[in-house]
Design a binder for this molecule. Structure first.
Ligand code: NAD
Length: 492
């Protein structure tokens, strides 16, 4: 069986320590064993990143960009291979997995612009014959801790910009689907990345904490659940280390009375159930303003019933299993409790079995309405293919639901009413908004960044992360000699 080892100093490293099975969510069978890092392996990864840091920081910007350009081509070539690995370990469909790789490419493309995007600024005559300039230095060793749901994209969102800015990196991917991470490290080596610039260690919370606590770590990027994000942010702060930590979500989609309900039903079906609801930007709550709730449910129900639930590698599959037995049981339990508490299941495929894959962690598309806003099915992130449909009378009430929710990752509105859009844009307390778009993930030229408990820290990923992965220096220069003393602190 395949063993997923660590990648340290440009080579696979085995510690032979604490091997854990990587399970295929469609079959519950082990498809690999992953080595959990011991303290020595984590330390060696940071040693390697430290040893490579000075040389990589001095490597010209254009040479760093060339590595990224070569990596970009290799990533495209490896697209199918990576998609197969993702499907095997994560469970999403092959088509969705290939889409993830192409979304990751967007971050690599952005990072190839490093020579232009790491410019400082210069101002002449900021005082008498005085110039001031700012320059951006790499911060040094960066750490990235990533979730299971985008095993390629999340890592590359961090690694690409960080490397382009001249840093070295230690990546701890999710222990649930670690296979793609080391393949990416191999591709980077093939692209000419010097050994030690990118290292990968596998592990759980303890490995992550050792990486955060190491005094040589200069920046910590984290994506995962909010509880872990908050803990990581606090831990990094305690160590005096900058951190950006992205957490969970409960994204609302507001349906205005003028919205085309067939379009909304199609978009909601794709957004809520695609990737088995395991996207941080999936819509999990539809808020219907006015009288359209029943007609919308009438359109949603047949669509949810028709979704092809099957193993991700089977042609024609639209929704695969969720990632683990634990996730499956948690989602099924929450649905059951919501129904017991008075919610109405318009469609409930939550316990559906897939012939031929009876041991898989399947949860079929489920639509709940009349869900109390105090219930866990509304308040918590389920991270499964479950859509809650709520009814309100006004846009104000819809926005109030969003404002009162603890999460603020994304949110959408479907309407052609410009005044409603304008109010939604101004008042919705989420970081990533969609107007007639149901998965409003901004392109890499902008940022991935939520609000409220969906983020801890103040810099987004992608184009917003150049400042996170660099440290500014400000230089004040005088070009005329000035003699004589002056003990005052003069304005320029
Ligand atoms: P998770 O929090 O269980 O794990 C994420 C990563 O953190 C893993 O590598 C894990 O090993 C590590 N980890 C877990 N607990 C830790 C701790 N206390 N300290 C340090 N490291 C820890 O999350 P998951 O189940 O893998 O991923 C799903 C979550 O990620 C969902 O909540 C989803 O919304 C969120 N997510 C958010 C975004 C975003 O942009 N906000 C994007 C993708 C996923």
């Amino acid at each position: 069986m395949r063993t997923v080892q660590h990648w340290i100093d440009g080579a696979f490293v085995s510690t032979g320590h604490d091997l854990v099975p990587v399970l295929n969510p469609a079959t519950d069978e082990a498809v690999a064993m992953v080595e959990m890092a011991n303290a020595d392996a984590v330390r060696r990864a940071i040693d390697s990143a430290e040893a490579a840091a000075a040389h990589w920081a001095r490597t010209p910007l254009s040479k760093r960009a060339q590595v990224l350009f070569r990596f970009r081509e290799l990533l495209i070539e490896a697209r199918s291979e990576l998609a197969e690995l993702i499907t095997l370990e994560h469970g999403k469909t092959l088509d969705d997995a290939a889409g993830e790789v192409m979304r990751a490419l967007d971050s690599v493309d952005l990072a190839t612009g490093g020579p232009a995007l790491t410019q400082g600024a210069t101002s002449l005559q900021t005082g008498p014959d005085i110039d001031t300039k700012s320059v951006l230095h790499p911060v040094g060793i960066c750490v990235g801790i990533t979730p299971f749901n985008f095993p390629v994209m999340m890592g590359l969102m961090m690694v690409s910009v960080s490397l382009a800015a001249g840093n070295t990196f230690v990546w701890k991917p999710s222990e649930q689907d670690p296979g793609a991470s080391v393949r990416i490290a191999e591709l980077f080596k093939q692209a000419g990345l010097p050994d030690g610039v990118l290292n990968v260690v596998h592990g759980r919370q303890e490995a992550a904490e050792q990486l955060i606590d190491d005094p040589r770590t200069q920046a910590v990027s984290f994506v995962g659940s909010s509880a872990a994000a908050k803990a990581v942010y606090a831990r990094a702060a305690a160590a005096g280390t900058r951190a950006q930590a992205f957490g969970g979500a409960k994204n609302h989609l507001v349906v205005m009375p003028d919205a085309d309900l067939d379009v909304v039903a199609d978009q909601l079906t794709s957004s809520a159930f695609g990737a088995a609801g395991q996207r941080c930007m999936a819509i999990s709550v539809a808020v219907v303003v006015g009288e359209s709730a029943e007609p919308l449910l009438q359109r949603l129900a047949p669509r949810a019933e028709a979704v092809q639930l099957n193993a991700g590698h089977v042609p024609g599959t639209e929704v695969g299993p969720v990632v683990s037995r634990r996730a499956q049981e948690r989602i099924q339990r929450t649905i059951k409790e919501a129904i017991a508490a008075g919610a109405r299941a318009v469609v409930d495929r939550s316990t559906e079995q897939v012939p031929g894959f009876e041991n898989g962690y399947f949860v079929g598309p489920t639509i709940l309405t009349d869900v109390p806003v105090t219930s866990p099915a509304y308040k918590q992130e389920l991270f499964g293919p479950v859509l809650v449909v709520l009814r309100v009378d006004t846009l104000d009430e819809a926005i109030a639901l969003i404002r009162n929710h603890r999460y603020g990752n994304g949110g959408s509105i479907f309407t052609n009413n410009a005044a409603a859009v304008s109010q939604f844009e101004r008042e919705a307390t989420v970081g990533m908004l969609g107007v007639n778009v149901a998965i409003p993930v901004p392109v890499a030229g902008y940022a991935v960044q939520g609000w409220k408990d969906s983020v801890f820290g103040d810099t987004g990923l992608n184009n917003a992360s150049w400042s996170f992965y660099t440290r500014p220096k400000y230089v004040t220069s005088r070009w005329e000699s000035l003699s004589g003393t002056d003990f005052g602190f003069r304005p320029n």
